[in-house]
Design a protein around this ligand. Structure first.
Ligand SMILES: Nc1ncnc2c1ncn2[C@@H]1O[C@H](COP(=O)(O)OP(=O)(O)OP(=O)(O)O)[C@@H](O)[C@H]1O
Length: 277
């Protein structure tokens, strides 16, 4: 019995790999979007860089994975609905939503640049404390916009922040939730890092906590471990100014957080940046 279940799962996995294989360069979707390359492959979708033959512009086209059926299509619809409500220069504009040959698609403005994950891990960029604070200051603008629309982003991480000409852009609204909304089972399956308690309702401090992890990641980009030194806590390893250390402890929940939300954090960062400049 157990053996046949295992066999069926392996077969479904193989079938999934085949049906979800990325499309070839030059393929035209819906007679309009020509694929120029694969940008990324998540658990529920494939994202391509395409040319929109109507406007001649580059666009990011996200396709639901066929193996994930209606679940993937539903998640993409949800993402499109959220993006449709956003209107901010640091958030890609939603350009088109459609279904084509049973698959769902969303098309957004393409942000030509590198994610901060690529900057750190592929290009070996190191960020000073001041640069890290400046990036968080910039990132607060789209995050505050999301909060003002009544949502939390839910996935503020270095692979979801693109740097273009020194300006940050926030992407990937796949885990975005309305304030007060519980974590849906289908969203839970998408989460990989720092899962929150299952019963936690969406609230802005979850994005602020993610910003704390984001800042920590950025600060570690310039950390050089001494030879032979055992790994220790970030408080011991990173040489931070006391204000930044306190801010991180507040964001990460080691002490009382920001009751005034993103606005209070923004004021705090601007004060620190004035002192560091
Ligand atoms: N608007 C955009 N402009 C430029 N690049 C983009 C854009 N949207 C997505 N990308 C690129 O495509 C990759 C995958 O996109 P996205 O994160 O939206 O997909 P995903 O399926 O949700 O992936 P994951 O499950 O890994 O979060 C991103 O890491 C980024 O490099």
């Amino acid at each position: 019995m157990g053996g046949s279940v295992e066999l069926r799962r392996s077969w479904q996995r193989l079938l999934g790999l085949w049906t979800d294989r990325p499309r070839r360069e030059g393929t035209k979707i819906a007679g309009r979007y020509t694929i120029n390359g694969l940008l990324g492959m998540g658990s529920y979708g494939l994202t391509y860089l395409c040319t929109d033959e109507h406007s001649g512009k580059d666009v990011a086209l996200k396709e639901s994975k066929p193996s994930k059926g209606r679940l993937a299509a539903g998640l993409l619809d949800r993402e499109a609905d959220v993006m449709n409500r956003m209107d901010h220069p640091a958030i890609p504009e939603l350009l088109d939503v459609f279904t084509y040959r049973t698959r769902s698609y969303i098309v957004t403005e393409y942000i030509l640049g590198e994610t901060l994950e690529q900057c750190i891990f592929d290009q070996g960029r190191k960020y000073t404390e001041q640069e890290c604070l400046e990036l968080v200051r910039q990132l607060l603008a789209p995050i505050m916009h999301v909060h003002e629309q009544g949502f939390i982003h839910g996935d503020v991480r270095i692979p979801n922040v693109i740097l273009r000409n020194g300006k940050v852009h926030l992407i990937d609204f796949g885990l975005t939730r309305r304030m007060g909304e519980p974590l849906l089972p289908e969203l839970k399956r998408r989460m990989r890092e720092w899962p929150e308690p299952e019963d936690e309702l969406a609230a802005p401090d979850q994005d602020l906590q993610d910003l704390g992890h984001f800042l920590l990641f950025m600060l570690y980009s310039s950390y050089e471990p001494e030879k032979g030194r055992k790994p220790a806590s970030w408080q011991e390893e990173l040489k931070l100014t006391p204000e930044v250390h306190d801010m991180l402890e507040r964001l990460l929940g080691f002490r009382l957080g920001y009751a005034g939300g993103a606005l209070e954090l923004q004021a705090d960062i601007e004060r620190m940046l004035l002192r560091l400049r």
